[in-house]
Write a protein that binds this ligand. Structure first.
Ligand code: CA
Length: 216
């Protein structure tokens, strides 16, 4: 009996459709990431190699033999990038280096070399949808330095009539708590250095000396 005539446990209604997903028939070997045993590693609390109280990449590397022997086929490492650790590494301040608490790029190379030696796989957590507020891009975006000005989602707040009370633009709720929006005094045109600049302009106009300020 050919596979085309068997009862299809995958639920695909036609042989053509089944073939699309299972080119060698429904008994085809699945992708490695569907069948491999993963071990998710939170490096901070996994294994500390240098006695400083914080787990690190060398600690992970030291345990790869053990993981291989227990049948693990892939490790998945939580964020290891430079970070102020306000959100334990998910607040990434630079995307292409290793936080000193976890080690160095050389330590990472050593980890990958050991992974390859054991024919394991490694995947890294990556959080592109947000960054640390200490990220250079964010700092430049606050200052409206192009091309970073709109690297992040900025929106004017709602100011209650007759007051200086600012409300979030809408009622979107953060996955953690409270509003997704956060007021930024530096970014806003009504505060910080912009306000000081505008006050100088106003003072000049109030004293009937605008030409002292305008230089062109
Ligand atoms: Ca350590």
């Amino acid at each position: 009996m050919s596979w085309e005539n068997t009862i299809d446990p995958t639920g695909y209604s036609t042989a053509k459709e089944r073939y699309r997903y299972y080119p060698s028939g429904w008994r085809a070997k699945k992708d490695w990431w569907k069948t491999t045993v993963f071990y998710q590693i939170y490096p901070r609390s996994f294994e500390n190699s240098n006695g400083d109280g914080v787990g690190d990449l060398n600690g992970v590397t030291s345990k790869l033999d053990h993981m291989f022997n227990t049948g693990v086929g892939a490790i998945w490492i939580a964020p290891i990038y430079p970070s102020p650790m306000a959100d334990f590494g998910y607040d990434i301040a630079y995307y292409v280096n290793i936080d000193p608490e976890f080690g160095t790029l050389d330590d990472f190379d050593n980890l990958v070399a050991k992974v390859k030696e054991l024919n394991l796989k490694v995947i890294l957590d990556f959080a592109p949808n947000h960054s640390s507020d200490k990220h250079e891009w964010f700092q430049k975006s606050i200052r409206r330095e192009d091309p970073y000005t709109n690297y992040y989602v900025w929106h004017d707040a709602i100011c209650e009539t007759g007051t200086s009370i600012y409300q979030p633009p809408n009622n979107w709720i953060s996955a953690f708590q409270g509003s997704v929006w956060e007021w930024n005094d530096q970014r806003d045109a009504r505060s910080g250095s912009t306000v000081q600049e505008l006050k100088i302009v106003i003072d000049n106009w109030m004293n009937n000396m605008p030409t002292n300020y305008v230089d062109n």
